[in-house]
Design a protein around this ligand. Structure first.
Ligand code: GLU
Length: 479
């Protein structure tokens, strides 16, 4: 059987962390089985439609490397891939149901329906529209909602993640298939499209599980084969027990991209949120995810979103790219993330800065704050020196004389490189009779005035002789 999956977002806003995972698993399953993933835009709820949301969805998928095999932009044999352009297909299916007596036009005004609902709530009985089904119904024509004629019965089915499921007749109802505006509901449209597009695995959020019996009734009434159903558990908000949503500040995926989180890290983190391959492995490339993914190992309980963990992944991926592919490849990815003061510096210098700082970055945008002193002399902040926990015990005179010894030794250095700098720094420990934490903090702060920096000899090497000595001199004068 050829595997066909789909990601079927509604263009109602940006895609956030909580819903992009419904694209990752269908992608992995399709690729693993040399199948196809379809992107389908479910835009029949015209009231919730947001201009530009489709482009954001496409951008997000492209950034993550989740390339769809059929869908918007690239087309395919089941085009169009926007539900709003498929009205006539839904209407054909609707007519089939009318002909077989399984759908009816329902002109009942919504105020009337509200009354039925109220009556049930007063009597404390569940509201089922089929108990109020009108006796005589008109011919179906545009402007009149079309409803399914449900047959109360039991359903049993297997969900690939949730296991064997069962539901009684009380959940089956006369759901709306086509709305007043002529557009289908999600409930109807996705059944038709999944069948038309040959989808073999319907993977979506677990929120659709409770409606599944109604979907099963529709497959049956339309004589369609049931696809495999895969309910993906919620991604939970960082605290509490509710699903992560925009209201909990769930950021859009592209916001993380703009903050310099690597796409590989985002994909890796989200894929492992609620799935594991049974080992302790944490870092996976896309190819490894494709190879190791399995539906059986998707966990059925919710997985908690943890931004700190995402940033950990991002840092790991920065190191991985540097270590495995080299500084040039990582450097290519840093465009746009340097501080403004770096604009006038050449690529070679920036590459050298990157190669000593990369292992401290969590996101590429950390470059902005962490590297500014490589490009412009920092403002001298004597308090920062005096209040440093290692330097507090030293008098100002002691700091000044120590700096002078440092300057005079470094001035004598012939080869300004990491090794000879390290030798000089070691010799200075004896000459100044200071502890490493004292001496090195003093020099580090004097050249950077930053909370931390890469290894001191590397920092001095990259800054260069003239710049390093100039900065040390200015501080010695200012104390
Ligand atoms: N359009 C639905 C949503 O965005 C998709 C559900 C599905 O994948 O079938 O929630």
């Amino acid at each position: 059987m050829k595997v066909v999956t789909r990601f079927a977002p509604s263009p109602t806003g940006y895609i956030h962390i909580g819903n992009v995972r419904s694209a990752i698993y269908p992608y992995l399953l399709a690729k693993q089985n040399a199948g196809k993933m379809i992107l389908r835009i479910e835009d029949t709820d015209r009231e919730r439609y947001v201009e530009g949301a489709t482009e954001l969805i496409e951008d997000t998928l492209e950034w993550l490397g989740l390339n769809w095999d059929e869908g918007p932009i690239i087309g395919g044999p089941h085009a169009p891939y926007f539900q709003s352009e498929r009205k006539s297909i839904y209407h054909d299916y609707a007519r089939r149901l009318i002909e077989s007596g399984r759908a009816y036009a329902d002109p009942t005004p919504s105020e009337e329906i509200a009354k039925y609902r109220e009556k049930c709530s007063k009597e404390k009985i569940p509201f089922l529209y089929r108990n109020f089904r009108p006796e005589n119904t008109p011919e179906w024509e545009p402007g009149i909602p079309l409803r399914f004629k449900a047959e109360p019965k039991e359903y049993a089915w297997h969900d690939e993640v949730m296991g064997d499921m069962h539901a009684g007749p009380e959940v089956l109802d006369d759901i709306i298939l086509i709305k007043k505006d002529g557009y289908p509901t999600y409930n109807f449209a996705h059944i038709v499209d999944d069948a038309e597009m040959g989808v073999t695995h319907v993977m979506r959020g677990v929120e659709y599980l409770s409606s599944t019996p109604n979907y099963l009734a529709l497959y049956e009434a339309l004589n369609l084969e049931r696809p495999k159903l895969v309910s993906l558990p919620h991604i939970l908000a960082p605290t509490g027990n509710k699903k992560l949503g925009k209201r909990d500040g769930a950021k859009s995926v592209t916001e993380y991209r703009d903050d310099g989180v690597l796409a590989e890290a985002m994909l890796n983190y989200l894929a492992c949120l609620g799935w594991n391959d049974g080992t302790e492995q944490e870092i996976y490339t896309k190819d490894q995810l494709i190879k190791n993914f399995s539906l059986e190992r998707i966990q059925s309980s919710g997985a908690r979103y943890d931004e700190t963990k995402l940033l950990w992944y991002s840092g790991q991926w920065i190191r991985k790219i540097f270590d495995e592919q080299g500084v040039d490849v990582l450097y290519e990815r840093t465009a746009g993330f340097w501080p403004e003061v770096a604009d006038n510096f050449n690529n070679d210098y920036k590459r050298r800065v990157l190669s000593i700082i990369y292992d401290r970055l969590k996101t590429l945008s950390d470059l902005r704050e962490m590297t500014a002193y490589f490009f412009a002399a920092p403002a001298i902040d004597i308090d920062m020196l005096l209040q440093n926990k290692f330097l507090k015990k030293l008098s100002e005179a002691e700091l000044e004389s120590t700096l002078k010894t440092v300057i005079s030794e470094l001035t004598k250095l012939e080869d300004w490189n990491a090794d000879s700098l390290q030798n000089t720094l070691n010799n200075l420990l004896e000459l100044t009779n200071k502890k490493p934490a004292e001496l090195f903090s003093l020099i580090r702060i004097a050249v950077s005035f930053a909370p931390f920096s890469p290894a001191l000899n590397l920092t001095l090497e990259v800054l260069g002789r003239d710049e390093s000595l100039a900065r040390l001199n200015s501080v010695a004068r200012a104390i």
